[in-house]
Design a protein. Structure first.
Length: 558
């Protein structure tokens, strides 16, 4: 058995394995230890983002002994903690999520499109996506629209600047035109508040240019919710208000930044849809997988290629940043490093004094606070620059940079604090708080509220464009955000990005991580990294253990 003794098992892994293994009776000491190590590995792999654990024949033979099968292994009729399926070992809960997601999507694929088509779509497609006689290029957006209109479930994937939002706005207009009865009820959502705000802004811009009547434009919503708000998150619970027995009311649901959605959340989303609701997922399949278990968008695009359309033409993301991102995505480490070494004004290696530079860049938004500028202006300035780190702790980590930057700004008298809350502190919400309408990943800035005689408040820009403010004492768990992890930056865009990699290699450093960080930048990317670490990062690829692709492909629909 290939026990990896060097794995950094946590106390949770160890105690959970001990707790489960002790449920089995009449095992020898050797068998008990063997089972503990299998479950310990499973727990560890789940925390690394895998749905399950590959096990060998010896593992299976032990787990299928009568003593264990009667106490630990489950089938579809009971709820014991472990499931074995095709040499994959699951915790029952994650097997259920995977099975439920696969079965629900397969059922959706068997159903007709909703709503049923009542007229030919070709004239409409030609109006929204007119053919260019002089062009021989494939119109990927038109193909994506045709797919989404005809199918109940569809995925539109593509890198930055390929027009995912532009395409989906046209799709929504087309669907409203094709529906000759009452207007369709449409929901727009994204995993984080920042991603929701970006989608909302983009939809508002794109609606103006639609080749349709004002009446149709009015039927396309601009308000975008977080996914947790859409489903109705409950305080201190993993369950939602909307589920199979109390489904969402919408006819069409569009989810942006779908690569961020983990297995559990995606399973809960699809089961909360009413019969015949159309689901459209948007996202970049090459970005990081979710922080929690699963690589759902990548699995779905692989397992259901005929229900996926990739947008391959880039309209705004170009130049050295795109060249760098493409090289990293293709795992061409030497070419990627060469792009950085050329020191293009938009794409280069960072060579300055790290903390001094970061403090200088953040001083821009801090000066606006001192000038009593409104929150909207301060927030916009804050969003012009961001430091993205691979790691939360250790050298060149989020914790290190946040503390060092705070100290530097204090020395420069850019900030003034005696406690944890001070004017100018940028914070990130680290846990969902539905009662306040705040969710994991939301960004806020602590600053004086001049309506309240300069009292310190924490301001947020809501996904609906409104400004929310709260007393610091009401905040759930937060972290200072002069720097953030690359994972937490998903769904965001910044004018300038400074990517800081550690000096030692670790499993989190992958080409998907680096690609995601690079594609957060709109104008400038700088990277602080050792050549060897950079190259090894590009060469490492995320390979999450999952049974979702197998389940989808075995359906023989794809």
């Amino acid at each position: 058995m290939h026990i990896l003794e060097h794995l950094p098992f946590s106390r949770l892994d160890i105690n959970f394995a001990r707790f489960l293994s002790q449920r089995a009776k009449n095992l020898t000491t050797e068998q008990q230890q063997y089972v503990e190590k299998i479950i310990m590995r499973l727990s560890y792999e789940l925390h690394q983002g895998h749905n399950c654990l590959h096990i060998n024949t010896q593992d299976i033979e032990l787990l299928f002994t009568a003593e264990l099968a009667d106490t630990l292994l489950t089938d579809t009729k009971n709820h014991r903690p472990l499931v074995i399926e095709k040499k994959r070992l699951y915790l029952q809960r994650y097997w259920h999520y995977e099975q439920c997601l696969a079965n629900t999507i397969i059922a959706m694929l068997h159903q007709d499109a909703a709503p049923p088509l009542t007229t030919s779509i070709e004239p409409l497609l030609e109006r929204y996506f007119p053919n260019q006689p002089e062009s021989s290029l494939i119109d990927w957006q038109r193909l994506a629209a045709e797919l989404a209109i005809k199918q109940r479930f569809s995925i539109i994937t593509g890198g930055p600047g390929t027009g995912k939002t532009t395409t989906v706005v046209k799709i929504l207009a087309l669907l409203q035109e094709l529906n000759l009865t009452t207007p369709l009820a449409i929901a727009l959502a994204a995993p984080t508040g920042k991603a929701a705000l970006r989608l909302q802004q983009s939809i508002g811009i794109n609606k103006i240019h639609l080749p349709c009547s004002e009446e149709i434009k009015k039927q396309i919503p601009e308000a975008v919710m977080t996914l947790h708000r859409l489903l109705g998150a409950k305080q201190h619970s993993s369950q939602f208000f909307h589920h199979a027995d109390h489904p969402l009311v919408y006819d069409v649901v569009v989810i942006d930044e779908a690569s961020m959605i983990d297995l559990a959340l995606m399973s809960k989303l699809v089961t909360a849809l009413k019969p015949k609701t159309k689901l459209i997922l948007l996202g970049d399949k090459d970005q990081l997988a979710s922080v929690e278990a699963g690589a759902v968008l990548a699995n779905l695009t692989t397992g259901l290629p005929t229900y996926t359309q990739e947008l391959k033409t880039t309209y705004r993301f170009a130049g050295a940043i795109k060249t760098l991102a493409d090289a990293v995505n293709a795992q061409q480490a030497d070419q990627a490093w060469s792009v950085l070494a050329q020191a293009n004004e938009h794409c280069r290696l960072f060579t300055g004094e790290l903390i001094t530079y970061i403090a200088k860049q953040h001083a821009r938004y801090l000066s606006l606070i001192k000038q009593n500028k409104p929150f909207e202006e301060v927030y916009s300035a804050y969003g012009q620059f961001q430091v993205l780190c691979a790691n939360r702790n250790g050298e060149h980590s989020v914790a290190f940079i946040n503390q060092a930057c705070e100290q530097k700004l204090l020395e420069q008298k850019q900030i003034d604090y005696a406690g944890s809350w001070y004017s100018g502190r940028p914070i990130m919400i680290m846990e969902n708080h539905p009662a306040l309408g705040l969710y994991n990943g939301d960004i806020g800035i602590c600053m004086p509220d001049y309506v309240e005689k300069g009292r310190l408040m924490v301001f947020f820009s809501g996904a609906d464009g409104t400004i929310k403010k709260y007393l610091p004492a009401r905040m759930p768990r937060v972290e200072t955000a002069f720097a953030m992890t690359i994972h937490k930056s998903q769904g965001s865009e910044f004018d300038e990005v400074l990517i800081v990699l550690p000096s030692t290699l670790n499993p989190i450093l992958t080409k998907e991580l680096l690609y995601t960080a690079i594609t957060r930048a709109k104008q400038t990317v700088q990277i602080l990294a050792d050549h060897a670490i950079f190259s090894k990062t590009v060469q490492q690829k995320i390979e999450r253990v999952t049974g979702l692709i197998d389940k989808l492909q075995s359906s023989r629909i794809s």
